[in-house]
Ligand binder design. Structure first.
Ligand code: CA
Ligand code: CA
Length: 399
């Protein structure tokens, strides 16, 4: 329905000069992919904004947003021919699909009531509660949950939320309309109080970055903008409980840029039972597979040589949208156990793990310590199911 009238509607908007609203209103339907639609253009360095706009206009395109992290822009192009022509243009490195990425977890039950606080089995299993025996130790490490948002009203989360951004529509709230992002956030940093659940690090600071819609899917360009925003707002760890079966050069460039800037990037290995998805499969990203309460790999968990660590991901209780709670399963749920552990490690002195001698934690040093201190599962040493083993937050913060 929207797609049929899309081209006409866009022309009208173009004539009216209403360009900024195009992305928010129309560009949420992947069916337009055949005829054109949302793409990512990567520019050659040194091209100014006016030149970019001119190039796009020449091929009937519209710029939706800049992606400075990868020297690119999310754009709308009318058809395949315009995409090819733009790709050959001076100043353009390449034009790529703006692929869809999906949340990697599903709820099995949810409730709106607030039960008395219990220790979720996963938090217990990674020994996180042993890190903060006397309550909420200060932990100013900032973790960005790049996801469906985080509930802005949840009494078990709000005290830890230090800011947020909606990359799908910056004029709208980062509040979670799905529940997935709130669930992930709660595993990282639900408060240690009298209600609900408690996270791996109940004093970790959260940034709520909304890049996935109510259905749990979103464009790569919004994910990249979310990563960019998180970096600009001093995130030290970025949790990506999302992914796609295929990767792109630009997706790889974005996570590599975050890693190279000193940000620990943790991502879900995927729920297809097969090969590790992207961006988890990239070497700059800590890929997390999912285990059950028997420390066995979940049947749905992706596996392969790209898996770095395993963590609890079956029947995980955490915070949900609104003021609710839910039990969910997926590598999405495993990922924040590792993210939280990384944040706890970042709150300790780097000590002997300072491989490059700069006195600071670098992402590869954090990853090394998490791997060294993990509990080996499956075949001795590294294996394709559990990577280096089950993450252990308590062991990871010991000198
Ligand atoms: Ca709580
Ligand atoms: Ca270092």
């Amino acid at each position: 329905m929207i797609t049929i009238t899309f081209n006409r509607a866009l022309s009208i908007l173009l004539l009216a000069g209403i360009l900024v609203t195009v992305g928010g209103i129309f560009l949420t339907n992947k069916a337009i992919g055949e005829e054109g639609g949302r793409k990512i253009v990567v520019w050659q360095t040194g091209l100014n904004e006016a030149a970019k706009d001119q190039l796009l206009a020449k091929h009937g395109g519209v710029k939706l947003k800049n992606l400075s992290l990868v020297n690119g822009s999310a754009v709308w192009l009318p058809n395949k021919a315009s995409e090819k022509a733009l790709g050959r243009g001076t100043g353009v490195l390449r034009v790529e699909e703006d692929i869809l990425m999906s949340a990697q977890g599903k709820p099995s039950s949810s409730a709106t009531t607030q039960p008395p606080q219990t220790l979720p089995w996963g938090i217990d299993r990674v020994d996180a509660e042993l890190v903060w025996p006397s309550g909420n130790n200060a932990d100013p490490v900032k973790v960005a949950i790049v996801d469906t948002g985080i509930s802005a009203t949840h009494p078990d989360l709000t005290a830890n939320i230090k800011g947020g951004y909606n990359a799908i529509n910056p004029t709208k709230s980062w509040n979670d309309d799905n529940g997935h992002g709130s669930h992930v956030a709660g595993t990282v940093a639900a408060l240690n109080n009298s209600i609900g659940v408690v996270g791996v690090g109940p004093a970790i600071d959260l940034l709520a970055v909304k890049v996935l819609n109510r259905q749990g899917s979103g464009f790569l360009s919004d994910v990249i903008e979310g990563i960019q925003w998180a970096m600009n707002n001093n995130a030290q760890v970025i949790n990506l409980s999302l992914g796609s079966d295929s990767g792109t050069q630009t997706m790889h460039d974005a996570v590599a840029a975050a890693h190279n800037a000193g940000v620990v990037v943790v991502a879900a290995a995927g729920n297809n039972g097969g090969a590790v998805i992207y961006p988890a499969a990239y070497p700059e990203v800590i890929a997390v597979s999912a285990t059950d309460s028997n420390n066995l790999l979940a049947s749905f968990s992706s596996r392969g040589p790209e898996v770095d660590l395993a963590a609890p991901g079956v029947g995980v209780l955490s915070t949900y949208k609104g003021t609710g709670y839910a039990t969910m399963s997926g590598t999405s749920m495993a990922t924040p156990h590792v993210t939280g552990a990384a944040a706890l490690v970042l709150n300790t002195p780097v000590g002997t793990y300072d491989a490059n001698g700069n006195g600071l934690w670098d992402p590869s040093e954090v990853q090394q310590k998490l791997q060294d201190r993990a509990t080996d599962l499956g075949d001795a040493g590294f294996d394709n199911l559990y990577g280096w083993g089950l993450v252990n937050a308590y062991s990871a913060v010991q000198p």
